[in-house]
Write a protein that binds this ligand. Structure first.
Ligand code: GLA
Length: 388
């Protein structure tokens, strides 16, 4: 924070107006993958990697941003917001400001600086964190009352409309509303949420970064969304009630009609429908402190993402397989959109060191890559930091 403040003072002159520091975390999803845009259930948690932003209001409509990740400075007006082709990271900030204004909130310009320790393009939602921290910074400095759920939706719209990525609501939601030692159970239709305790001295979530980044993510993500729509439309036609999304289809209904669906569509639907059940079973297991059952659900989730939804990749499968051979690993699965990024592993605490060693060696032997491993309890969502 001191470093950030020092650089802020070097880059910008004091406007004498409101100033503040804010943060927003990345996330992992414990279970419930590719269910959010099917109006289903998810269970993510915020992680202790975050973006910190420092901002001060200006007397005009100009926004100046210096970022310590790419070390670039950009300047734009709140009256002329349109996506950039270069320095595309700025689109997340511009998109959020655009959506805040479109929602009818007045904004003044600002000088902004930010830094991040969330690995990028690793599936840990550094972009959602950047959107959320921007929204919080602008809301607080401009004295706007924006509730966290509204803020999450606003950030999602920024990503959909301005950045052009058709993501669901999960990442922004948990970055806004995460809580220390709790996972966040979200109903992505009603937007209701529940905090699920995730603290046990014996168990720990360990994140393993495959360091694989696939360009395929966006196009395949959009294709999966379309396939789910096709499946929902089919069930809407077959069943004698309204099916708005795959969330509305039960396992029995699926089993009854699955053979009438094209094979690929049937597999996509099976993943989503069963995954929604797994999330609910997972919540129940955590409430009972049954980590063994939760681990089993993680394993099933990964198999389904690999075989039915086809969003895993060889490296993620390798990490999961290596993990499951390790003593003390209760569950392992890919997390996030897929095609690279991270796995999450549920481990007995005393086996973490051995896990790290063996996974690093095993993964390197086959891929030549040393994976990064992070151990993190569920962390806090976006917040105001003290500026001392
Ligand atoms: C990405 C999206 C989320 C969600 C996940 C898959 O992280 O941003 O909205 O769809 O993929 O579960």
């Amino acid at each position: 924070m001191n470093k950030l403040r020092k650089i802020f003072n070097e880059k910008f002159s004091d406007t004498g107006l409101a100033k503040g520091a804010f943060s927003a975390p990345g996330r992992v999803n414990l279970i419930g993958e590719h269910t959010d845009y099917n109006e289903g259930f998810v269970l993510p948690m915020a992680i202790d990697k975050k973006i910190i932003m420092l901002g001060q209001l200006r007397n005009d409509r100009l926004v100046q941003v210096f970022d310590l990740v790419y070390k670039t400075k950009i300047k734009f007006s709140l009256d002329a917001l349109s996506p950039l082709r270069k320095d595309t990271w700025a689109n997340y900030l511009m998109g959020v400001m655009d959506e805040i204004q479109k929602a009818g909130y007045p904004l003044q310009g600002a000088n902004i600086i930010f830094n991040s320790n969330i690995p990028q393009r690793a599936g840990l939602s550094s972009s959602a964190a950047l959107e959320v921290v921007t929204a919080l910074t602008m809301a607080k400095l401009n004295l706007l009352e924006i509730e966290p759920v509204e803020m999450a939706h606003l950030c999602q719209r920024a990503e959909n409309n301005f950045v052009g990525v058709a993501c669901g609501i999960m990442d922004q939601y948990v970055s806004c509303l995460g809580q220390k030692n709790y996972a966040l159970f979200i109903d992505c239709r009603s937007n209701d949420y529940d905090l699920i305790p995730f603290k046990d001295h014996n168990y720990q979530i360990v994140i393993c970064n495959s360091k694989i980044q696939r360009g395929l993510v966006d196009s395949e993500y959009n294709r999966r969304r379309e396939e789910c729509k096709v499946a929902a439309k089919f069930f809407n036609h077959k069943l004698k009630r309204e099916i708005r999304a795959l969330r509305d289809v039960s396992i029995d209904e699926y089993k009854k009609y699955q053979r009438q669906l094209p094979e690929v569509i049937a597999r996509r639907a099976r993943h989503v429908i069963f995954e929604n059940y797994r999330v609910q079973a997972g919540v129940q297991a955590l409430r009972e402190g049954n980590f063994l059952a939760f681990g089993q659900l993680m394993i099933e989730s990964h198999q389904s993402l690999k075989n039915d939804y086809e969003v895993s990749c060889a490296e993620l499968d390798l990490l999961v397989n290596l993990a499951l051979k390790q003593e003390g690993v209760l569950g392992a699965r890919m997390t996030g959109a897929g095609f690279g990024g991270c796995t999450i592993n549920l481990l007995k605490r005393e086996h973490i060191d051995a896990y790290k060693e063996t996974i690093k060696q095993g993964y390197k032997k086959i891929t030549g890559i040393i994976p990064d491993i992070y151990v993190t309890p569920p962390a806090e969502g976006a917040k105001v930091l003290e500026l001392r």
